[in-house]
Design a protein around this ligand. Structure first.
Ligand code: C5P
Length: 225
């Protein structure tokens, strides 16, 4: 059967990664968590005590760093130069740094090229901020997930608690709003809905409901392609 590529974009906490992972597994597609790639670089930068505003250093660090995603039941396992950082890239420190790290043109250019390569064989579900607009503008299906800030903060808060991380609901809401503003306000590839993306509001939808909707849309596009 023909395989297509699926781009899933949206703000932090809209449910992208869980939904993308679930849809990919139902369709037997590869799931690629592009946010994890930016988080891996932010982790490496913090490890080097780097100035996260230093574009030249971060671009050169990325050229020297091997970031690998491996599929697993729980999404992507992430490795930096063969060291597993799957849990470490979700820390509050990395989360606070990642939007600044990902705003640099020299970083984005390399990341986008890697992501295009990963999706070249089709049959991939990528989630991020610029997948439908920049990484895969030709993707057969583009989805833009949204949810209220309150709901998104609540989801991240519960996720953190489950993982045993420190978390405070009000802080979470502030962090999410700050990250939204940075991601949507940056000059290069800002978070924006692609014109031809299907918008789904997940505020009152469960993960399986949203994933089912995406699979239905995918099957429709596969039939047409
Ligand atoms: O998806 P997640 O919240 O893990 O992404 C972490 C950060 O990585 C985002 O806040 C954003 O700054 C950056 N990102 C990006 N482009 C992508 C995916 C993530 O700029 N395609």
């Amino acid at each position: 059967m023909t395989k297509i590529n699926i781009a899933i974009d949206g703000p932090a906490g809209a449910g992208k990664s869980t939904v993308a992972k679930t849809a990919a597994s139902k369709l037997q597609y590869v799931y690629i968590d592009t946010g994890a790639m930016y988080r891996a670089l932010a982790w490496a930068a913090l490890n080097h005590n780097a100035d996260i505003q230093d574009e030249a250093f971060l671009s050169s660090l990325l050229r020297r760093t091997n970031i690998e995603l491996q599929p697993s039941e729980d999404g992507n396992r992430v490795f930096v130069n063969n060291e597993e950082v799957t849990g470490a890239i979700r820390s509050n420190e990395v989360t606070a740094a990642v939007s600044d790290v990902s705003a640099h043109a020299g970083v984005r250019e390399q990341m986008v090229n890697k992501q295009k390569e990963l999706a070249a064989g089709k049959g991939a579900v990528l989630d991020g901020r610029d997948i439908g607009t920049t990484v895969l503008p030709e993707a057969e299906l583009k989805v833009y997930l949204i949810a209220s800030v309150e709901e998104r903060a609540k989801r991240r808060h519960l996720e953190n608690i489950e993982k045993g991380l420190r978390s405070e609901l009000q802080m979470m809401q502030k962090d999410i709003q700050a990250r939204d503003e940075k991601d949507a306000g940056r000059e290069i590839s800002p978070l924006i809905k692609a014109e031809d993306a299907v918008e789904i509001d997940t505020t009152n939808l469960s993960i399986p409901e949203t994933a089912d909707r995406i699979c239905e849309l995918a099957e429709e596009r596969i039939r047409k392609s």
